[in-house]
Design a protein. Structure first.
Length: 617
């Protein structure tokens, strides 16, 4: 066939078109196989040093906070179990840890749980209920709206020590069995919220919470659930594990995680709870959610046959990081920060730094590496989620908090040959796009790595949102409610503290969120204010009234719900211009009145009711 014949030309055109079609199909297949980013839209946490909110956690990190204290008597008698000689049977040379306050405090009626059942519930279950509720509220999701939804729950939790502390010997009580089962800790959360999606408890030791988060992301991408709660919880209630870990040489006798330091000799045990609210990115955008950061990729693996069951293995750590980056379809050079597992052990630190160097060796700028364990200790089953929450806060604030307890770099690492820096002061995070990795390695051998990226909002969509916001109201209503008078007083105090901590508070957004994005209960109180300072003053007066009522034994005056009446005026009580201010400041009122005007004009021979409202006489 000649190259100039019509048949040849037609055949070539057909072949070219087939090639284009195949390329288009390949591109479409690659697009479909590309893992969709997962949006983080809410954070709840309960950490040592009475850190109960992400804002408090960030302030603590920026200040170089150190949460380590001597073991409190509420846990165990430190002197009875202490001996400076690590070889003394049944004793430990460790006197320190980091602890969550008031883990014995719980309001069971809020979750419709009887006091009898609550007494037999592991405090880990109680923390999960409270922190998950708070995470949903910070995501501006009313928990009641999730009833019968396919939302999933994925929680890292490593056993329960509470059963030995219970004051009952009646093991036939079902509440005792459900109260300490780790599976029920997760199942109870789905039960209370009415969620029908996956409910999974994960135990891979220290990597549990980050493995749980990975499973949540996979479940979202496979459309097993539309929303996921992911996190971890861990409490240290008894001395036995501390004794066992110290005998194994895992714990530092001075009670500090000296990660990457020459003096690194083990970690200090910590505790806490963290929960994230996750959605597929496209769904979060469509729902108008506040996106705190995105999860671009995640991966888990195992050390396999290593030098020891609990010993870390560098090649496995390299592999899990590379695989997470591959899933995220990101070049290692775009990652500018790593939240390391960083336990501060003589064996683990050099192996982890070596793995990071192998993956991130080709760089123009140094890779910043830090570990939240220097602030909080090792939260074990909640360690990974604590590191991830820290990283999300860094992405939001574009700063890197100081890494503590670094006096002299570990001499087993050739730092001068590595593209790695350890920030020891609060450092601006300068990058075109802030991308970070978070590592968590379990002594079970299971490793996890998550790639987190900042979310850059669409400026066009933001401009539309501002446009639709409408005119500013002259006054705003803050509506608070609770299931009890004491709970309402606590709400008043919480809002008072929040306003005091936020000098640039948007009053309209605060009141809108409280009215539309929070659950409402029988005990209610409302405040009308024109400014932040005025609202703060009203809250202070209310708090003082509540304190007086409690001191004198009288119930607060707002316990009794007032009657509600609707008044339709007539007989000349109306006046010219009545409603004009509402029309000018309230978009819904204005739209409704415009609609009524359009309906009435044909019936009024073209006259407009708006002329009466706009009458200045």
């Amino acid at each position: 066939m000649s190259a100039n014949t019509p048949d040849y030309i037609a055949a070539m055109k057909n072949a070219l078109q087939q090639t284009r079609d195949l390329k288009a199909k390949l591109a479409e297949a690659e697009r479909r196989n590309r893992p969709e980013p997962v949006a983080i839209i809410g954070i709840g946490c309960r950490l040592p040093q009475r850190i109960n909110t992400p804002d408090q956690f960030w302030a603590f990190l920026c200040a170089g906070g150190d949460a380590i204290t001597e073991i409190p008597p509420e846990r165990w008698d430190v002197d009875a179990w202490f001996d400076p000689d690590p070889d003394t049977p049944g004793k430990t040379p460790v006197r320190h840890g980091s602890f969550v306050d008031q883990v014995d405090q719980f309001d069971p009626q809020f979750f419709n749980i009887s006091p009898r059942e609550a007494r037999l519930m592991d405090p880990q279950q109680r923390l999960l209920l409270e922190v998950s509720w708070e995470a949903l509220e910070r995501a501006n999701i009313v928990p009641g709206t999730l009833l019968n939804s396919s939302a999933g729950v994925f929680i890292g939790i490593c056993g329960s020590e509470y059963h030995t502390l219970m004051d009952t010997q009646d093991t036939s009580d079902l509440y005792e069995q459900t109260g300490v089962a780790t599976s029920v800790a997760v199942g109870r959360l789905s039960y209370v919220l009415g969620l029908t999606g996956p409910a999974v408890a994960v135990d891979t030791a220290c990597s549990s919470s980050l493995v749980a988060l990975h499973q949540a992301c996979q479940s979202l991408r496979q459309h097993e659930c539309g929303l996921a709660l992911a996190g971890g919880v861990g409490l240290t209630l008894l001395p036995e594990r501390t004794i066992s870990f110290s005998k194994a040489g895992m714990l530092a006798t001075d009670g500090r995680c000296k990660t990457f330091d020459a003096a690194a000799d083990g970690y200090v045990r910590g505790e806490g709870c963290g929960v994230l609210v996750l959605k597929r990115l496209a769904d979060a955008q469509a729902d108008g959610d506040t996106i705190l950061a995105t999860i671009r990729g995640s991966m888990i693996n195992h050390d396999g046959a290593s030098s020891g069951l609990t010993a870390p293995r560098g090649p496995a750590q390299q592999a899990v990081i590379r695989q997470a980056l591959q899933q995220a379809q990101l070049d290692p050079r775009v990652v500018s920060y790593i939240e390391a597992h960083g336990t501060g052990t003589a064996l683990g630190d050099p192996i982890e730094i070596g793995a990071l160097s192998a993956v991130f060796h080709e760089r123009d700028e140094p890779l910043q590496v830090g570990s939240v364990k220097t602030n909080l200790g090792h939260l074990e089953s909640a360690a990974g989620i604590a590191g991830l929450i820290k990283t999300v806060l860094m992405v939001q604030h574009q700063q890197i908090p100081p890494h503590l307890h670094l006096q002299q770099l570990n001499p087993q690492v050739e730092w001068e040959k590595l593209p790695i820096q350890i920030p020891t002061t609060l450092t601006p995070w300068q990058a075109n796009e802030r991308v970070a990795g978070v590592s968590s390695f379990g002594f079970s051998g299971t490793n996890a790595h998550v790639v987190v990226s900042e979310w850059i909002p669409d400026p066009v969509a933001d401009a539309v949102a501002v446009e639709e916001k409408g005119a500013e109201r002259p006054a705003h209503i803050l509506t608070l409610s609770a299931k009890s008078a004491a709970g309402l007083a606590a709400q008043v105090q919480a809002y008072q503290d929040y306003i005091a901590e936020h000098a640039t508070l948007d009053l309209a957004e605060l009141c809108y969120t409280a009215a539309t994005c929070r659950s409402h209960f029988a005990y209610r109180q409302a405040f009308v204010a024109c400014s932040r300072d005025e609202l703060q003053q009203q809250l202070a007066v209310s708090a003082a009234d509540d304190h007086t009522a409690v001191a004198t034994g009288h119930a607060p005056s707002h316990q009794t719900a007032p009657g509600v009446a609707f008044l339709f005026t007539g007989q000349g009580s109306q006046y010219a211009g009545m409603g004009r201010e509402l029309y000018e400041t309230q978009p819904t009122f204005r739209a409704t009145l415009d609609e009524c005007d359009a309906i009435l004009q044909p019936l009024l021979d073209g006259a407009s009711i708006l002329e009466i409202i706009n009458d200045q006489q």
